[in-house]
Ligand binder design. Structure first.
Ligand code: RIB
Length: 292
């Protein structure tokens, strides 16, 4: 069983669906409103657990009802929460999501996720050292991402950095990470004014640019490869990237080669968009394997 540690955000997603997005200064009527567990870190932890990994989550929730719901959801999905700390006098992170015109727009209020500090991570060093792979994203403080990248390098534990949402990365963090998985928009921000094909060649088998319904692009040391994804009827794309990252991490941790790991992850992500909610459509391992 692959041992995975996820260090990241846990949020409550407040999702409104509407025919269109309101313009500046405009009020429109929506169609529905739902509250579902989300946050990039939590989504990746839940997905990895559904793919059969033993998953430790390192994160924070607030001392409110959202925090309790998120903890219950981790437990329900078999994610180990020894290092998910409730923060007093602090609200749980929230993501304010509009689903309209076939895509989502998201505003994240970090709340307790800002308390996912190096100090919290220090408490879990034993678990990190014992992991087959560590997954991290960027809805937590920058200094934590930098700290974790150093620790993973020191412990020789592979680190998968999903640089979402985008912010510039120090060269040292890029060097320390084993795998980096931006989408096209994030890659453009990360490597400003650079041609992405040239950037891919600089990071063979390390940089994986996810291109939505096109698939995933990387450089394998000899040539640029595009691993196509699977075409499906899309209901909600929220959490597709998280499903991809978790599945990719689990497959790599189990010793699958890069191309097969991407194929597995592409399939998982394509299934995830066929249902509502970041975690609502995340498939189990059996569902992915059956559909492959
Ligand atoms: O990646 C999807 C996630 O991003 C949502 O669940 C939301 O919480 C936002 O952080």
């Amino acid at each position: 069983m692959a041992k995975i540690t996820v260090i990241g955000s846990s949020s409550m997603d407040l999702v409104v669906t509407a025919q269109k997005r309101p313009n500046k200064g405009e009020t429109i009527l929506g169609e529905s409103f739902k509250t579902v567990p989300g946050g990039k870190g939590a989504n990746q932890a839940v997905a990895a657990a559904r793919f059969g990994a033993k998953v430790h989550m390192i994160g924070c929730v607030g001392d409110d009802s959202f925090g309790k719901t998120i903890l219950d959801n981790f437990n329900k999905n078999g994610v180990i929460t020894t290092y998910v700390e409730p923060v007093t006098h602090c609200e749980t992170g929230t993501a304010h999501i509009t689903l309209a015109e076939g895509d989502n727009s998201i505003i994240v209020v970090k709340g307790a996720n800002d308390h996912v500090t190096p100090k919290l991570v220090e408490k879990a060093l034993g678990v990190i050292r014992d992991s087959d792979i560590v997954l991290i994203q960027q809805e937590i403080p920058e200094e934590t991402v930098e700290y974790v990248s150093k620790i993973c390098k020191e412990y020789k534990v592979p680190l998968l950095l999903n640089p979402a949402p985008a912010r510039r990365l120090k060269e040292e963090v890029i060097e320390n990470a084993t795998y980096i998985t931006p989408n096209e928009h994030e890659a453009t921000l990360l490597f400003q004014n650079e041609d992405l094909h040239t950037v891919l060649r600089r990071y063979p088998n390390k940089l994986f640019i996810t291109e939505g319904k096109n698939g995933v692009r990387y450089y394998d040391g000899k040539e640029e490869v595009l691993v196509p994804t699977f075409q499906v009827d899309v209901v909600d794309t929220t959490g597709a990237g998280d499903t991809f990252n978790a599945a990719f991490a689990v497959a790599l941790a189990e010793g699958q080669n890069i191309k097969d790991s991407i194929r597995f992850a592409n399939r998982a992500a394509s299934l995830s968009v066929t249902k509502f909610g970041a975690q609502g459509g995340m498939p189990t391992r059996e569902e992915v394997e059956r559909s492959l």
